[in-house]
Design a protein around this ligand. Structure first.
Ligand code: PLP
Length: 387
């Protein structure tokens, strides 16, 4: 059998400027990378605190590799639980101010495990329309019903929470939204969940390490970390490693260990990765200056882009979109920047809503003002060129 029908679909992607291609990076040095034989400044990595290349983290991984080998050899409940996993989970629980934590091979799997396992038939999952694909897919894979709201539709949320049609109700939101870089109103959601006896699950993927006094995330920064029932996040962004985790009451974590299929039926994370993540957590707790610099970079870039007339939407974080709208024009802009020495990807539907294609600029604490200035100069050149 041939796959002609897939070629038809792919042609359709091409026609609509929605075809996606992989870009291979040859080497990385802080905010500079080499691609296709040329050096570029990278503005599309989630390595927000530049920890992926931190020598201390690399050393921790190498030391663990010497002790435990490379692969973990089995799932966690068989023989894949090594000391670095246990230490990492203790550190995460402490940082997130919860009784316990559990690590997964990815943040995607952490969301899948939590929503699929702790909700039951007759329950309701309330999702922000712009929640990450891993949250949406997790809700779809659960036995519960799910409904969506826009993050400012508190009346709608309240209507669902007040309804008698469901058993338990779970509100699931990102704290910093991945494509707009704006914040969920966590305080309001906490008020509502308390008023109606619902549960609140917060995915801090883009806030973990970047916000809060000790880097625990936006809920810590807002002083409501203890009110969040389950915190999910990833170690693959600001922590510069791989893997996801959930932090919650001991009972929730024990239940996940006993019942979560994405935890039970997969090989444990690499011990070296967990050892690296232990080191990353220490750096995140102790080196607050990285968070401060990241925040300053976000404010600086937004200020410059807005003064140049670019639409940066509702961004308040290190994720700064430049909303263009048209797919083709967005692709042209990304290509123009690439040719000038900047690596920024164009984000198109279905990742964002039709008509809102954009450049998604992600900043790192290692970006300098000069690098940000040069990116803005270049963007200015494009808008003049395009006029
Ligand atoms: C909000 C959010 N949650 C979860 C994930 C998945 O994390 P991971 O890359 O570790 O699978 C991502 C991004 O990758 C994300 O942006």
């Amino acid at each position: 059998m041939n796959f002609e029908y897939l070629n038809t679909r792919l042609n359709d992607f091409e026609q609509k400027d929605l075809f996606r291609r992989l870009v291979c990076i040859d080497s990385v040095s802080d905010t500079r990378i080499r691609v296709a034989g040329a050096e570029k400044i990278i503005f599309c990595s989630n390595n927000y605190l530049n920890l992926a290349e931190d020598k201390r983290i690399i050393k921790a991984a190498k030391t663990a590799m010497d002790k435990y080998g490379f692969g973990s050899g089995a799932s966690r409940l068989i023989s894949g639980t090594n000391q670095p996993h246990v230490e990492l989970e203790k550190k995460l629980a402490l940082l997130l101010q919860k009784e316990a934590a559990l690590v997964f091979p990815s943040g995607f799997m952490a969301n899948l495990a939590v929503l699929q396992t702790i909700t039951e038939k007759g329950d309701l999952i309330l999702l922000d329309k712009l929640d990450h694909a891993s949250i949406i897919d997790a809700a779809k894979a659960s036995q519960a019903q799910f409904r969506t709201y826009h993050r400012t539709q508190f009346d709608k949320i309240e209507k669902f929470l007040a309804s008698n049609d469901y058993n338990r109700k779970f509100i699931v939101t990102e704290s910093v939204f991945s494509m707009d870089g704006d914040f969920a109103d966590l305080k309001r959601l906490v008020e509502l969940k308390n008023k109606y006896g619902a549960y609140l699950i917060v995915d801090e993927a883009h806030a973990f390490g970047c916000f809060g006094e000790t880097g625990a995330g936006l809920a810590e920064e807002m002083g409501i970390l203890k009110e969040i029932d389950i915190v999910v996040a990833t170690l693959s962004k600001s922590a510069g490693c791989m893997g996801g985790f959930a932090a919650a009451d001991r009972g929730v974590i024990d239940y996940l260990i006993n019942k979560a299929r994405p935890f039970i039926y997969t090989t444990a994370p690499l011990p070296a990765n967990s050892a690296a993540a232990v080191c990353a957590i220490e750096i995140i707790r102790n080196e607050k200056a990285r968070r401060q610099k990241l925040k300053e970079n976000g404010e600086y870039l937004r200020g410059k882009l807005r003064s140049l007339g670019f639409n940066t939407g509702t961004s308040s974080s290190q994720i700064v979109p430049v909303i263009i709208g048209d797919n083709k024009k967005t692709m042209e802009l990304a290509k123009y920047l690439f040719d000038k020495g900047f690596f920024v990807v164009a984000i198109r539907p279905p990742t964002v809503a039709p008509g809102t294609s954009r450049l998604r600029i992600s900043l790192q604490s290692g970006h300098t003002k000069e690098q940000i200035d040069s990116l803005c100069e270049c963007l200015k050149g494009f808008s003049i060129r395009g006029a």
